[in-house]
Design a binder for this molecule. Structure first.
Ligand code: ADP
Ligand code: MG
Length: 228
């Protein structure tokens, strides 16, 4: 019974997601079609039109590629990895972009190995999404603090603290809804996808925020042991 309930829940979400994607993609497609029609009828397409067409195409591409992350990669490969190295890799990926925006990363990592059983690329995607949100919340720069430690009995904890604009109560209630965004070029998919990936790793993600002060995201993952 429970299993059935879970399955029907899953079906609705997949259905809702599909409807959302269709809707989000239809808007830029409508624009593209309109401009092409204009060109066929009047040959009056100018560079402003073509710029807009390009950015609409980019938008479709972004939405589709964010969704591809959710679609299972051909071979889902769960392996035991040290979260400190995963976070280190993600930081080197984002370092130059952060530097450009006067943002620094401050790391406070545990000395001991923190092993998790994970699909490495998916976890990297989660921390890229979270750090990008933190960076986008700090247009004037600042410091993003990252901590990782072991919590008894068996969790690996990761915390990302930004000094950004924070999140209002109304927005906080909507987080994780697909396509909910406050950004002009946002897709509103980052948190939803991160949440799903963390769930598939049997972990949890928690967001606390205060408007004007900043946001703290805490992820907990089950600790793996060396023998796995
Ligand atoms: P997107 O970044 O494309 O808008 P997300 O799912 O990543 O989509 O985030 C949804 C919304 O949550 C953002 O538009 C923003 O309003 C809010 N948000 C997420 N993380 C933060 C953060 N660290 N600081 C402030 N607001 C945030
Ligand atoms: Mg985002």
């Amino acid at each position: 019974m429970e299993e059935l309930l879970r399955r029907s829940e899953k079906l609705t979400t997949v259905g809702q997601l599909a409807a959302g994607v269709a809707h989000e993609i239809r808007n830029p497609l409508t624009t593209l079609r309109g401009f092409l029609q204009l060109q066929m009828q009047t040959k009056k397409l100018n560079s402003q039109h073509t710029d807009l067409m390009l950015s609409e195409l980019d938008r479709i591409n972004l939405i589709v590629s964010e969704f591809l992350i959710l679609a299972k990669p051909q071979a889902v490969h769960f392996q035991v990895k040290d979260i400190r190295y995963i976070l280190g890799d993600v930081i080197s990926l984002l370092d130059s972009q952060a530097h450009l925006h006067s943002i620094e990363f401050s790391m406070n990592f545990s000395e001991e190995a923190l092993l998790v059983h994970c699909e490495e690329n998916q976890l990297k995607q989660v921390f890229i999404n979270l750090l990008k949100n933190a960076m986008e919340a700090m247009p004037d720069g600042g410091t993003i603090h990252m901590q990782t430690w072991r919590r008894e009995p068996g969790s690996v904890m990761i915390r990302i603290i930004d000094e950004g604009e924070g999140i209002s109560k109304e927005t906080l209630a909507k987080l994780g809804e697909p396509f909910f965004t406050n950004k002009e070029t946002g897709t509103g998919l980052g948190l939803m996808i991160s949440q799903r990936i963390i769930e598939s790793h049997k972990g949890t993600m928690d967001i606390e925020s205060e408007l004007g002060r900043g946001t703290t995201v805490t992820v907990a993952l089950p600790m793996a042991n060396n023998q796995e």
